[in-house]
Write a protein that binds this ligand. Structure first.
Ligand SMILES: C[S@@+](CC[C@H](N)C(=O)[O-])C[C@H]1O[C@@H](n2cnc3c(N)ncnc32)[C@H](O)[C@@H]1O
Length: 330
């Protein structure tokens, strides 16, 4: 008989996710930020049931989030760095964004039947103020993690004029203009998202080098004579035809020698691996009408078809699941 372990593991995989989401919502890691405590002390400071808090703490310990020793619990170094809200590398908003998608994932069957997403994308793209802010802040935190790899992998030396298409919180533009002196970035974004991004860019002290442009990347003017275009985290919302149209629009706004960089979670040729990319495709299907995942080899071919030379793909260093596709405008 084949080994059924993968099936057993998958039937309970959500237990671990929900344990992390709940611990973040209850601020469990904040409760341990000052040092080791008993379950009763944690429960009393957070207003929780002592017995249930003990079970939650022990589950977190088994998942490597918390250390348990002689009846006391403390954060692991990883939890202190990424799960305590006062830490500069706090990932809680990004975790919370996945938490918010827990309900929509329960609509997977319906989405596969209907071909429609399980959430209204407009709600987090400007229609609802709080949801839009939550989405932009989660993107910002996620981008800060990805940026360590992306900003190192993207050489914009000597380039002056970047268009960041669907640039979200503007995080990449801020970090790229910091790394490359003389670079100015225009971030093209939907108005509701751009409004929150403007605040984040100003808070980073980058408003003089990063401009937010309200618009729609399907129809707004991309300008002329640019020497770099970044399209990051956008193709997973778009159909193959729409991605090809965006590449063509990027080609039209770039001067010869201009660089197009497309960054996303991409699949291998054929689309059935890696597992993270295929599941990410479902996640995007649940949250955007044309959401899914493309293969980076296809994107490189679309670039070559639009007159880009040397179109090539490059993975970002682990643990990032993202890959870059780069091409030079001929
Ligand atoms: C996943 S986010 C990526 C943000 C950022 N580029 C990054 O990689 O962190 C996709 C972005 O595309 C923006 N977007 C979606 N549809 C758009 C449109 N039609 N025009 C402009 N921006 C759009 C969304 O508001 C969102 O900020």
């Amino acid at each position: 008989m084949p080994d059924p372990s993968p099936i057993v593991q998958l039937t309970t995989a959500y237990w671990g996710s929900q344990t992390l989401f709940t611990a973040i919502r209850l601020k469990l890691f904040d409760g341990l930020a000052q040092g080791a405590r008993t379950a009763d002390e944690v429960a009393s400071s957070l207003g929780l049931s002592p017995r249930s808090t003990g079970l939650l703490l022990r589950a977190c310990a088994s998942l490597g989030l918390i250390e348990a020793s002689a009846g006391r619990f403390s954060n692991t170094p990883m939890a202190n760095a990424f799960l305590v809200s006062a830490s500069p590398a706090y990932m809680g908003n990004a975790v919370r964004y996945s938490d918010q998608l827990y309900g929509p994932w329960a609509g997977l069957e319906q989405s596969v039947r209907s071909g429609k997403p399980a959430v209204e994308p407009e709600s987090y793209l400007g229609l609802s103020g709080p949801q839009t802010r939550g989405f932009v802040e989660a993107m910002h935190q996620r981008a800060m993690g990805v940026a360590r790899a992306l900003v190192g992998a993207l050489d914009l030396s000597g380039r002056k004029n970047l268009l960041d298409v669907g640039g979200g919180p503007g995080t990449f533009s801020v970090l790229l203009t910091q790394r490359f002196p003389g670079l100015h970035a225009d971030v093209l974004e939907l108005p509701g998202v751009a409004a929150v991004a403007r605040e984040l860019v100003a808070a980073a002290g980058a408003a003089d080098r990063v401009s937010l442009i309200d618009g729609d990347y399907h129809s707004s003017d991309f300008g002329k004579g640019r020497d770099a275009v970044l399209i990051s985290g956008v193709f997973h919302r778009e159909s193959a035809e729409s991605c090809q149209a965006l590449i063509k629009r990027a080609a039209d706004c770039l001067q010869p020698g201009g660089l197009l960089a497309v960054c996303d979670v991409f699949a291998d040729p054929g689309g059935a691996s890696p597992a993270f990319a295929t599941l990410f495709g479902l996640n995007m299907m649940l949250t955007a009408p044309d959401g899914g995942v493309h293969a980076d080899a296809d994107v490189a071919q679309w670039m070559a078809d639009s007159g880009f030379q040397d179109a090539r793909t490059a993975p970002l260093p682990p643990p990032m699941p993202h890959r870059l596709v780069l091409g030079i405008r001929s």
